[in-house]
Write a protein that binds this ligand. Structure first.
Ligand SMILES: Cc1cc2nc3c(=O)[nH]c(=O)nc-3n(C[C@H](O)[C@H](O)[C@H](O)COP(=O)(O)O)c2cc1C
Length: 448
């Protein structure tokens, strides 16, 4: 009997007109009959993901339009490069009310908010979703975010991680400060909660001071499920220490395997956490149809939506380098970038797992603009399931974040075509097993 992993699935989107595929808003199948800023769009998308038994919707975010390209946000605004993007936590209750099981992972930056209101917001959302909340912990990698919040310079990466360590420590103290039996709610005696079971948090650290009791009673999950996607050395350590699910983008199965091995080493040996207690979720983009040629046609229509200048603006924004200053035919050098280091790898290794085949600036922009350098799986449900099985068995993936192309159609097609195929192969659940997101996400192998 072989132990097989069942895939976990997340739908990767943004609360904006466009998610992670540049120019997709102009695809003729995008948001037909919907507007991204309205509840019915989110409710429909959430119900579709729940129909497909996804673990969660994953809502990415940044705090301001990118300004790296030509030192301006003009191209970002002009081509809808992750812009406009509305505030992500506002849609959590809307999604929660439309679903019963689907988790909701929300990206919220630690950088410009004190941990006290952050932990309160997250506890409140975990209550309102009845234990289905995850927090993607980020620290604002883009200079535009810092400028929008009134800073001239970004904090260096190392210090951002030092600060984030202390940040989550304060959140932990607050979330853990109410004993599970602190609430008595005895109407006769009039005692709602036992103060001896609600600790006063008194934190006096390098970056934060906090003296007070957590303002929320314990939420169904106690703490939201913690997600992280840092992939520099410090980012990997942070993820290995704190995350319950780790996200990464790697263009090939070899790079996935390398990342899984490195992170597992850190999780088990450096941070002494049980092997298998953290889920590895890799980004993929899928274009599925009944036939290969139909899928290929759809893919060509997707690629035709990408404006080169918008692609350059997006890549410049994510990596913090102005690619407009470089010759389009110059080769992209493998260097340390101020922005998202982990995603830069997906450009460098886009054509070859060893990074030996150089990638030009133009190629890099067009690859990146499709979906951040994720593997794009184009074909029938069987073709796509074959690749997903390979990534699980050879790459160490526990699951996938499916980057949106046109919405909600790409998720409807995946749910209708690929989910049954994965179930037929016993690589996907046929019902939700847990009540909370943590229970669903941390479950996962079957015997065959
Ligand atoms: C798949 C993936 C998704 C990410 N999504 C976001 C996001 O929505 N918002 C954000 O501010 N950072 C996001 N990031 C950036 C990281 O979480 C992290 O802050 C950034 O990568 C800088 O850390 P690093 O240099 O250690 O990678 C993402 C990174 C990856 C790999």
């Amino acid at each position: 009997m072989t132990e097989l992993k069942e895939a976990h699935l997340l739908g990767f989107v943004q609360h904006g007109v466009n998610s992670h595929a540049t120019g997709m808003w102009r695809n003729k199948t995008d948001k037909v009959g919907y507007h991204f800023s309205r509840p019915d769009y989110w409710q429909h998308m959430a119900r579709t993901m729940e129909r497909g038994l996804f673990d969660a919707m994953f809502i990415a975010d940044e705090l301001a339009p990118y300004t790296t390209h030509e030192g301006s946000s003009d191209a970002t605004v002009k081509y809808a490069v992750q812009c406009p993007t509305h505030e992500p936590s506002t849609i959590v209750p809307i999604i929660a009310a439309a679903t019963k099981h689907l988790g909701i992972g929300v990206t919220l930056s630690t950088m410009f908010v004190h941990p006290y209101p952050m932990s309160r917001l997250l506890s409140s959302l975990d209550h309102l979703s009845e234990g289905r909340l995850a927090w993607n912990i980020v620290s604002s990698y883009s200079k535009s975010e810092w400028e929008a919040y009134g800073y001239e310079d970004m904090m260096p990466r190392e210090e951002r991680y030092d600060r984030m360590e202390e940040y989550v420590d304060v959140c932990y103290q607050l979330w853990d400060s109410w004993d599970p039996d602190a609430v008595i709610a005895n109407k006769e005696s009039g005692v709602y909660a036992d103060p001896s079971k609600v600790k006063l948090v008194d934190h006096n650290g390098k970056y934060f001071k906090c003296r007070g009791r957590h303002f929320c009673e314990p939420s169904p999950q106690g703490r939201p499920v913690l997600w992280q996607a840092g992939s520099s050395g410090r980012g990997r350590d942070f993820a290995a220490k704190h995350a319950e699910a780790i996200f990464a983008v790697h263009p090939s199965v070899e790079r996935m395997r390398e990342y899984t091995t490195d992170l597992n080493e850190r999780i088990v040996h450096e941070f002494r956490r049980p092997s298998g207690s953290v889920k590895f979720i890799y980004g993929i983009q899928t274009v599925v149809a009944e036939t290969r040629s139909e899928a290929q046609d759809k893919y060509e229509r997707i690629k035709a939506c990408i404006p080169l200048e918008g692609a350059l603006a997006w890549m410049s924004g994510h990596f913090g380098l102005d690619f407009s200053k470089m010759d389009l035919d110059a080769h992209v050098q493998n260097l340390e970038v101020p922005g998202i280091q982990g995603l830069f790898d997906s450009v460098i290794y886009a054509k070859d797992p060893l990074g030996k085949i150089p990638v030009t600036v133009k190629e890099a922009a067009l690859i990146y603009a499709q979906g951040m350098g994720m593997p794009v799986l184009v074909g029938t449900a069987e073709d796509i399931a074959d690749q997903m099985e390979l990534f699980m068995d050879e790459g160490g993936a526990d699951g996938f974040m499916l980057a949106a192309t046109y919405t909600p159609g790409c998720f409807e097609e995946f749910v209708d075509l690929v989910v049954p195929e994965l179930q037929r192969r016993k690589r996907y659940r046929t019902a939700y097993k847990g009540k909370t997101l943590r229970e669903n996400l941390l479950s996962g192998t079957v015997s065959r």
